[in-house]
Write a protein that binds this ligand. Sequence first.
Ligand code: C2E
Ligand code: MG
Ligand code: MG
Ligand code: MG
Length: 288
Amino acid sequence: RSKDEGGGQHCTYEPALHAHAEERRQLEFAMRHALERGEFSLVYQPVVDATSEEVLSFEALLRWTSADHGFISPAKFIPLAEDTRLIVPIGEWVLRTACLEAVNWPAPVKVAVNVSGEQLLDPYFAETVVSALAQSGLPPHRLEIEVTESIFVRDGTTAQATLERIMSLGCGVALDDFGTGYSSLGYLRKMRFSTIKVDRSFVQGAAKDNPESLAIVRAVVAMADSLEMSTTAEGVETELELEVIRRLGCKKIQGYYFGRPMPNLEARNLFAGYGALPQQELPQGTAA
Ligand code: C2E
Ligand code: MG
Ligand code: MG
Ligand code: MG
């Protein structure tokens, strides 16, 4: 397509800008083949109960190591995948893989999968969720979809309809990075999220005694409580952050303090002493 050719615009030549565009073009090219080349993998980060510290779920996080470009951070390639809509097939791979891997964790442990607005606007997305659950045998209540406020900015109605269909299956839907988007609170009236994830910036601020951050976390927790939604604090790294967040009443904690994102095998090993880890990968209900 001629999208990058500037449509007859006359621009002054800027080497830095050009290098940036060129890098993007190369990454995009590499990304078009990354799925078939098996360059993607998932890592899983634990989310623990704020009181009992027991692992409730893992968030699946996508990693890409390109044969041509090496490791590329999600902060770089996710936006590119969204712009090019490659996030639709890539996101489907994430969803299917996460369900297939999570089905072998101890039964109550859930998996959370990040989903972009672009995916929610895809008319087949809800059916992809149905299919991923059926193919893996993962019970719907063990899958949580994570979305950000940004999905309500563009085409809120379509996104909402898709999410409602997914909720009707029994899956949870979490609102990610809460407080960093631009949308109004109006959609909280229409949609029953299972969890609100308080962005790490507020966690950090609260632990530094920043009065605005403290007030915001307190208000989000109170609001979530009265709307019967749970809360997760994102990016808890230190004992101090943990204590402050606990005191503020967040229900769940995620962050380097309890665990970094790890490969599936390591995640499974976390449960070695848990008693519930199946010895063999039998379908549910067939074990003695
Ligand atoms: P997110 O969904 O908010 O995920 C949390 C990010 O915070 C992850 O970064 C995680 O590694 C990082 N994190 C967790 N605990 C801590 C902590 O204690 N301190 C710090 N500094 N960081 C922490 P990651 O894996 O680089 O992912 C970045 C973002 O990329 C994600 O933010 C999500 O928006 C997006 N992303 C990742 N995987 C996927 C995916 O499969 N699909 C889509 N659509 N987006 C994804
Ligand atoms: Mg997330
Ligand atoms: Mg987040
Ligand atoms: Mg965040």
